[in-house]
Design a protein around this ligand. Structure first.
Ligand SMILES: [Zn+2]
Length: 219
């Protein structure tokens, strides 16, 4: 029997497995790879979905590409828009146009899926300062759909601080722990626990360190 639309949408919103969120190498911002979204749409709809490019504007003189795509599931559809700058000189490097088209279409696909709140639960811990800290969206952090573990517990809550080494957002606990290193400017020397250099780790009060490790390895 085919799934009805309501169940499909619930499935789209469901949290992804742990470690689905990746970080961009250039700006360390969290994201979920496109393939992950596509895979979820495929499985949730049992391949009964459609993606249509409604509009594609390639403006070579002004070096941009704009696209509007439509994701259709059942009889329902959602639009998404995307925009990309064509880098360099498109006349001498025409392949840059293709790259920009791909980028604009991908972005449009993601904005369409974003309207289903796909990936929101996964990205929320990294977007506390952005949108997820809004009281109206608190449910994303607290509630988990039935059969699923609570997504984020308090001390796993992410901060907007990122590790200098791996770019991962620090948990509240990691941020607090950095504050326990004597004479450390944690705004500049920001490390996740894994990448906190040993000579700094040793400066932390033993009991505090043990408490941190106990709390953060128990689960
Ligand atoms: Zn790190």
């Amino acid at each position: 029997m085919e799934r009805d639309y309501k169940d499909i949408v619930a499935e789209l919103k469901r949290a992804f497995p742990k470690d689905t969120v990746k970080f961009r190498s250039d700006n360390h911002r969290p994201y979920i790879p496109n393939q992950v979204y596509t895979d979820r749409v495929e499985s949730a709809t049992e391949s009964r979905w459609n993606l249509e490019i409604k509009e594609l504007e390639i403006n070579v003189p002004h070096r941009y590409v704009k696209s509007i795509v439509q994701v259709q599931i059942d009889v329902h559809f959602r639009d998404g828009y995307g925009f990309a700058v064509i880098p360099g000189d498109p006349l001498t490097e025409p392949s840059n146009i293709n790259t920009a088209v791909d980028k604009a279409v991908n972005e449009a696909f993601l904005t369409a899926l974003d309207s289903y709140q796909m990936g929101w639960r996964d990205l929320a811990p990294y977007k506390m300062k952005d949108w997820a800290g809004n009281p109206a969206l608190k449910h994303l952090l607290e509630q988990a759909t039935p059969g699923e573990q609570a997504v984020v517990s308090q001390h796993h809550m992410r901060t907007s601080r990122q590790c200098l080494v791996c770019g991962r957002a620090l948990t509240e606990d990691e941020w607090d722990l950095l504050g326990q290193v004597p004479n450390l400017n944690r705004d500049k020397m920001t490390y996740c626990f894994e990448h906190l250099p040993n000579h700094l780790k040793r400066k932390i009060d033993k009991v505090t360190l043990q408490q941190f490790e106990k709390k953060n390895t128990a689960e």
